[in-house]
Ligand binder design. Sequence first.
Ligand code: HOZ
Length: 443
Amino acid sequence: MPTNPISDSLFARALRLMPGGVNSPVRAFRSVGGTPFFVQSARGATLTTADGRELIDFVCTWGPAIHGHNHPRIRAAIAEALDQGTSFGTPNPYEVEMAELITRLVPSIQKVRLCNSGTEATMSAIRLARGFTRRDKIIKFSGCYHGHSDSLLIKAGSGALTHGHPDSAGIPAAFAQETVVLPYNDRAALEAAFAANHGQIACVIIEPFCGNVGFIMPDHGYLQYLREITARNGTLLIYDEVMTGFRLHLAGVQGLAPESALRTPHSAFTISSTLPDLTCLGKIIGGGLPVGAFGGRAEIMDHLAPLGPVYQAGTLSGNPLAMAAGISALRLLEEENPYARLDALGQQLRDAVLTAAQAKGLPVQVPQCGSMLSAFFTPTPVRDYATALTGDAKLFARFFHACLEQGVYFPPSAYETWFLSTAHEGAAVDRACEVVTDVIKAL
Ligand code: HOZ
């Protein structure tokens, strides 16, 4: 068992200074046990810990690192921008270039507002939807996590679920009453909610593919149904593509079509595009620096200040360093179009888990699409929050630690998505498959 004296001592100091020793809960390892390692540096698919251990990383900084860590092109773009200054508090040319890229690549986005995190993007999109429709209620789905703003932290996934607080303390009951929470993939529940709240629902917000309760895909036709019922009710449809944007396709889930290079051979699911009214982005569009964005139909976006009455602002919004990094990451994706390659890597890892589990007689579900996947140790097909919770989280914790011991780092929670990057091609994914096979055999 490797020892991590430097990480352990840093964590002991951190525990005295920061709640739980961390600045984002899931990093504290509390659901898998043990103490987190500290990272000194990262390159390609590898993290180097403060204790000098090298780990193959399937967290990819929770999604942004689709080109692997510290890509030379992105680093060079940041260095060039850095030479000009770090923040101006005025419009800068990079913002225009980023807005042009996003609106060109994501068909439903005619205009975009850049901000600093995915949480800001979803919070602001909700306010915009309420301001535009002049309605107060919103619909979200249990297990979908849209960041930590008040309206959205109800039956949430990610760290909130991991640590047993899917409905956070501190949310006024009056706010919570405006959020209708429904099961994902359940058409009857949607029909009933619209009937019960006729003319009151401003928007439906959804992770079109859920990535914060483990990875879950929609049933065949569900997204089309969602588009149809929202349009019928004058309700805006918001896709939270903070995780999936530029990860599954240049246009995110909304860009996937049956003829797309990306296949989903693991479900009866045929992907066809449905366009939302608003889309929230983050992660990849910052190339590893803090960023968020939301955009959509111009008619809606023009309700934002300074044109309209819906207020939203940010000192560091459109920050030149984050823009330069993000532009570089997106241009690389356009040049390489790596989605079919990434899907092959995702399938390789998925097949390794399934084959090992089958040999062991261990029931496991491994939803996968492109470079996103996760493993639920359960015989029950996972299609929503309730079925995700049937996964054996204790077994996952053993799996996690056994892999980590052998140098493979998966997310420290049964309810987070595993991410791959182009840097995993070859040795990294091959080694991870070997480790997963050994670990499952010994579970
Ligand atoms: N909420 C993030 C994963 N879905 C975790 C972010 C972090 O801890 O860095």
